[in-house]
Design a protein around this ligand. Structure first.
Ligand code: BES
Ligand code: MN
Ligand code: MN
Length: 464
């Protein structure tokens, strides 16, 4: 391990420079405009894997963006770790809200990152985090300390729902056979409070279209007589929460796991300061389901949010119009044991029932994903816990994350493998927002922790 440490120390600057180069590639999966850049990013990822010492490196074509695979099999009797990550990023807009261009990374100090943080789209989600695995792997190979088999599967469609990854996994079950999936795509509570993610919320993402009159109308000539679809959509949306901020979709809470008082108490024991939380977000109050704390509202409770709403005139100045149509994108975060497929149907039915006769509604579904809970008594959890405890000098707290990685539940089903969610970002790193960043401390801490996981996991597996 001493050699490893000095390898990391010697190559520190190069590890950073290489990441900065990857961050210059605008691999935005949602926007077809960037298709070639996404491909360039896949190629760069494959090249890095090869240079680090991976074999069988390939860029697997899909109906969408490619999946990068590579492995290093050292011993058929040793355990196999499958590293999953994503090289695609969210769109950078609104670009004018960035302090520096999103694809021209800069390192700047912040209050939470006194050693500096890399500002760029994808710095934390997930380029900085998946690349830690490539660099940790390189270090283990170059110092001859890789204790087990490794497979890498880095995809380019996570941010658009991993549409083609499931098919790839089903068709390549054998190739992807593994004992555990290792993922760094989540956060720690704070840099002095390490944590392991033990839950992810599921997702059900819908789109609605409300149509009133068959054309845009003069709002003076017709206003007051004909249903305005924007007005109607707003009241329909408003009715999706009750006075206690519970979701009113009939059947929504059926099957929601009741978390024990013991676990709730433990969750709420994690360091959290409401005043700082509100100050960071520039809000003077919080809002959420009655009877639950902020940690619970984002960790163990399902929610519904409008992600976008449009219709009518939104150009310069004023136009008096009674629009023909109104639209909204509405997503629901789900918890065990809610089923996104069932929720989709419940939402559709509920929304259709809500509509007054004066309008027509169309409800359609985008991507979704199942929620995840990770047991804390498994070999892989213990190994991750010990790895973090060794590198941080503090035992990590188990914490449920509010975000979703829809493919994780599928790994369990299709590959029959449990995942370790060992992320190193901070919730305040502004992923998906302007000025996304990733701390240098976090980047290097991740690279140092990953080999410890491999070592402890291999040792613990052997003993079992
Ligand atoms: N890495 C995030 C998920 C995440 C972030 C989990 C922080 C826990 C803590 C991932 O890239 C993501 O953004 N997922 C999407 C889902 C996807 C279907 C677009 C999400 O959660 O919105
Ligand atoms: Mn991610
Ligand atoms: Mn993301």
């Amino acid at each position: 391990m001493k050699e490893l440490k000095s390898y990391l120390e010697t190559n520190k600057q190069r590890f950073l420079d290489e990441l900065l180069d990857l961050l210059r590639i605008p691999s935005v999966s949602a926007d077809p405009k960037y298709k070639n850049d996404v491909r360039r990013m896949a190629k760069a990822t494959a090249d890095h894997l090869r240079q680090a010492g991976a074999e069988h490196v390939e860029i697997h074509e899909t109906a969408g963006h490619p999946i990068v695979y590579g492995d290093k099999m050292i011993d058929p009797k040793a355990p196999t770790v499958l590293v999953y990550g994503h090289y695609d990023v969210q769109p950078a807009d609104p670009v004018n809200l960035w302090d520096s261009p999103p694809f021209e990374p800069v390192v700047k100090k912040t209050k939470l990152h006194p050693q500096g943080a890399i500002f760029a789209r994808g710095a934390c989600d997930d380029k900085g985090q998946f690349f830690m695995h490539v660099k940790a792997f390189e270090a283990m190979i170059k110092t001859a300390q890789l204790p087990c088999n490794v497979k890498f599967m880095i995809e380019g469609e996570e941010e658009v729902g991993s549409k083609n990854l499931e098919k790839f996994c089903r068709e390549n079950k054998k190739k992807l056979t593994c004992d555990v999936v290792l993922i760094s795509d989540t956060s720690v509570i704070a840099n002095d409070t390490p944590s392991l993610t033990v839950g992810l919320r599921g997702l059900c993402y819908m789109e609605v279209e409300v149509t009133g009159p068959n054309k845009d109308l003069h709002s003076g000539v017709y206003g007051g007589a004909v249903a305005n679809p924007v007005n109607v959509l707003c009241s329909m949306i408003a009715s999706l929460h009750d006075a206690k901020r519970r979701v009113t979709v009939a059947g929504f809470y059926d099957g929601v796991e009741k978390v024990s008082g013991k676990e709730r108490k433990m969750m709420n024991g994690a360091p959290y300061d409401e005043k700082t939380y509100m100050k960071d977000l520039g809000v003077s109050d919080l809002m959420g389901e009655k009877g639950y704390t902020t940690i619970e509202r984002t960790g163990i409770r399902p929610t519904l949010d409008v992600n976008g709403i449009w219709g009518g005139y939104i150009g310069e100045g004023a136009k008096t119009v009674l629009p023909s149509k109104a639209f909204a994108k509405i997503s629901m975060r789900l918890v065990p044991d809610q089923d996104p497929k069932k929720i989709e149907k419940l939402f559709q039915k509920h929304f259709e029932n809500l509509a007054p006769k004066s309008v027509k509604v169309k409800v359609s579904a985008h991507h979704g994903g199942y929620p995840v809970v990770v047991p804390t008594n498994s070999v892989e959890y213990k190994a991750a816990e010990k790895a973090m405890e060794t590198s941080y000098g503090k035992k990590p707290l188990p914490q449920r994350g509010g975000g979703s990685i829809p493919i994780v539940a599928m790994f369990d089903q299709v590959l029959n493998a449990k995942s370790v969610l060992m992320g190193f970002g901070l919730d305040s790193d502004d992923i998906h927002s302007p000025n996304e960043h990733y701390g240098l401390f976090n980047y290097y801490k991740g690279i140092a922790t990953i080999p410890l996981f491999y070592r402890f996991y291999s040792e613990m597996k052997k003993k079992k």
